[in-house]
Design a protein around this ligand. Structure first.
Ligand SMILES: Nc1ncnc2c1ncn2[C@@H]1O[C@H](COP(=O)(O)OP(=O)(O)OP(=O)(O)O)[C@@H](O)[C@H]1O
Ligand SMILES: [Mg+2]
Length: 273
């Protein structure tokens, strides 16, 4: 085989392992009053099993990008491929979304919320029960399966939302500031929980946050966007999330390399304001 053919087949193999590819994506909102370009020329290749954290100033287009990936908006130009196929412009269980404010159905108990998508897909009852129990255990809510959402704390509701998304076995989990409304201690526990889930399930996660430390403690791939129109201005690869042991993230916050990266990202974002 010629060296040229060799390199082509290597490129193909790399492309195959990419679960999500964002190519030259622009998004412009057109309302009655104004035209707003939210995203400009976004290019991103997301490898299977990555934990991608997206940072950027408020209003730079983070949620807009997530909404494109979820299928709620269509890019004005460019394309988004999931497993090498263009994504359908509608919500899909293969692209599960966890929002900042949980969206549990208040009339259903927690197990029925988690099993909702499975029931819609007519997954047999026995299998459904097994899947629900598995993910409720993973998020530490087994004892609350009969509770209604109003009986749970904020953190517990987020755990239930995560279990509901995972029960649908998505190809990618999209999270928009899922821990943004939680107190510091709960947030740290939730970070431990999602890191553990990511390690166990090998899911690909796309996670938006305002919190630079959170991005560094969770992300294998950290993306920083410019102010609007959002463009990628920095990409950082990290193996820290593979190393952190449960309950031990605090000891990394003072690490010189961690502090250096944090300061670098903070100054980059503040330059955008
Ligand atoms: N449906 C919409 N119609 C028109 N403009 C919109 C719409 N949604 C968002 N925008 C505008 O697009 C820009 C990007 O918004 P977006 O919500 O994606 O930002 P963000 O980075 O998620 O901000 P934050 O960090 O505050 O959540 C903003 O200027 C916003 O006003
Ligand atoms: Mg947002």
């Amino acid at each position: 085989m010629s060296p040229i053919n060799n390199s082509n087949s290597l490129t193909d193999t790399i492309a195959e392992k990419m679960v999500l590819q964002i190519k030259n994506v622009d998004l412009t909102y057109q309302t009655d009053k104004q035209v707003v370009t939210a995203l400009k020329n976004i290019n991103l290749q997301i490898k299977e099993g990555s934990f991608v954290c997206v940072l950027g100033p408020s209003g730079c287009g983070k949620t807009t990008l997530l909404r494109i990936l979820a299928g709620f908006h269509q890019a004005t130009s460019g394309e988004v491929l999931l497993d090498n196929k263009p994504i359908s412009p509608k919500p899909d269980r293969h692209r599960g979304v966890v929002f900042q404010q949980q969206m549990l159905y208040p009339w259903l108990n927690i197990e029925d919320n988690v099993g909702f998508g499975l029931k819609m897909r007519k997954v047999p009852m026995k299998e459904r029960r097994e899947i629900i129990d598995h993910y409720l255990e993973m998020v530490g809510l087994s004892q609350f399966k009969k509770a209604k959402s109003y009986e749970l704390s904020g953190g517990m509701k987020q755990r239930a939302s995560i279990a509901r998304v995972l029960a649908n076995d998505p190809r990618i989990v999209l999270m928009d500031e899922p821990f943004g409304a939680l107190d510091a201690m709960t947030k740290e526990q939730m970070q431990d929980n999602i890191r553990q889930i990511w390690r166990e399930t090998h899911k690909t996660i796309f996670f938006i946050t305002h919190d630079v430390e959170e991005a560094l403690l969770l992300g294998t791939h950290i993306i920083v966007l410019s102010s609007r129109p959002g463009r990628i201005i920095k990409e950082i690869h990290s193996d820290l999330p593979y190393k952190i042991q449960e309950g031990k993230s605090r000891m990394y916050r003072g690490d010189p390399d961690f502090v250096k990266k944090r300061e670098e990202i903070i100054s980059l974002i503040s330059l955008q304001h």
